[in-house]
Design a protein around this ligand. Structure first.
Ligand code: GLU
Length: 428
């Protein structure tokens, strides 16, 4: 076979991978269920969300024109409890992606042992090009459009890519108007004054750092002086950089959607945190930047993809130099790339485990809202620590026991909960 033929095939391979986030999720679920001897019926039930609502949201724009946005809410499975998961505002939101993300939420909740199934929402829009008023009208319009299928005991939204506590506040207010009573438990990630929880804003990053510490123990590397590269400077990436810097680790590379900046002696994180905009953009301030691909391939001790999906693929998996990868984003590494990394002895802590801190503290927020009794930040952090360490240990143990990588083990742990709950309910 000629070299050109091999090259052409590998390009085709990676294209197939990138396009099939939803299908690759389904195939791992199928394999995981088979490994645990579950029936084909269970796979038929769990391979798709139980409910997927598509909505069209008319919004009066500032120039008096009306723009109609498309939004989605996917509810994967509610056998364990109400569905739970964020709402993202992004130009590349698609039905397939929202479906896959809702399945990943089921897995996350199962791994963290939370009494929820997975949900996810998204609106196709570009929030960086919208005004405050337009974003408020879009957020309220979305809640009106999905209000029939959501609620504190049905499906509880939360922040995700490009949505924040202000957007959660508008959504909660709109829902409370529709229901005619104050409903803080309808949504999590709210501002503290509206029933938000201490520690929610930083929860994803806190969960990631707990996983980093557990992974470092396995590789016998100290956090102090460890060199870390973070792709993405949004909510998870920026707080993670802050915490790592405070703990004495060296953050030697960071990026936004446009590129990356590096310093092998450690970047000036406090300066970068002060100068980043609300969308996590920072590299515009620098003349010398590298591409996101170059950033991922930097020599370091820990690589944290904290941006978007499909960043580590069969194309670049062989060039990754980090011995540890901890995924803070949803779906940054493809299944095929995971196999290559595992073969190379790289310890990969998968997204559905490493990024479960966000939904865990969302659960704490919802419990506090339901009780009307609020906890201190120390209480929240202590409880988060327990959940994350137990989840890590459990997934690591299953990986060793079944001789599989940590992603596959995490799928096994996560899907088992919902398979069991659906069976006990008599659905299958
Ligand atoms: N959007 C976050 C995630 O993907 C948080 C979800 C939540 O808090 O419900 O895990």
């Amino acid at each position: 076979m000629s070299i050109t033929k091999i090259a052409a095939e590998s390009t085709e391979d990676s294209q197939k991978e990138v396009l099939n986030v939803f299908q690759s999720t389904q195939s791992v679920i199928k394999e995981a269920l088979k490994k645990m001897n579950y029936s084909d019926e269970i796979y038929e039930l769990l391979k798709e969300p139980l409910r997927m609502l598509t909505v069209r949201i008319p919004v009066k724009m500032d120039d008096s024109s009306v723009k109609v946005f498309t939004g989605y809410r996917s509810q994967h499975n509610d056998s364990v409890g109400p569905t739970k998961g964020g709402v993202r505002f992004h130009p590349l939101v698609s039905e397939e992606e929202v479906k896959a993300l809702s399945i990943w939420m089921t897995l996350k909740c199962g791994i963290a042992n939370l009494p929820y199934g997975g949900g996810k929402g998204g609106i196709i829009c570009d929030p960086q090009k919208m005004s405050f008023g337009e974003l408020e009208r879009l957020s309220r319009g979305y809640v009106r459009a999905i209000s029939q299928i959501v609620g504190p005991t049905k499906d509880i939204p939360a922040p995700d890519v490009y949505t924040n506590s202000q957007i959660m506040a508008w959504m909660m207010d709109e829902y409370s108007h529709i229901r005619e009573f104050d409903s803080p438990g309808f949504i999590t990630g709210k501002p503290l004054i509206l029933g938000g929880s201490y520690g929610r804003e930083t929860a994803t990053a806190q969960g990631v750092i707990i996983c980093i510490k557990e992974a470092l123990k396995k590789k016998e590397i100290r956090l102090r002086d460890a060199r870390v590269v973070i792709q993405g400077f949004g909510n998870a990436g920026s707080f993670l950089a802050k915490f790592l810097h405070e703990e004495g680790a060296k953050v030697i590379g960071i990026s936004d959607a446009f590129g990356g900046i590096t310093d092998t002696n450690g970047l000036d994180i406090p300066y970068l945190l002060e100068r980043r905009d609300s969308f996590g953009n920072i590299t515009g301030l620098f003349e010398k930047t590298i591409t996101n691909q170059e950033l991922l391939e930097m020599k370091c001790d820990i690589l944290v993809p904290a941006a978007v999906s499909n960043q580590i693929t069969v194309e670049n998996a062989r060039r990754i130099q980090a011995p540890i990868i901890v995924e803070a984003a949803n779906g940054p590494t493809t299944i095929e790339a995971t196999k290559i990394l595992t073969k190379r002895g790289i310890l990969l802590v998968p997204d559905i485990l490493a990024s479960a801190g966000g939904v865990t503290v969302s659960y704490f927020e919802w419990v506090q809202n339901n009780q009307g009794y609020y906890w201190t930040e120390a209480e929240v952090l202590e409880k988060l620590q327990t959940v994350m360490v137990n989840s890590f240990d459990n997934v690591f143990r299953v990986a060793l026991q079944h001789k599989v990588d940590m992603r596959f083990a995490a799928y096994m742990v996560g899907i088992k909960c919902v398979a069991e709950a659906s069976t006990f309910r008599g659905w299958v």
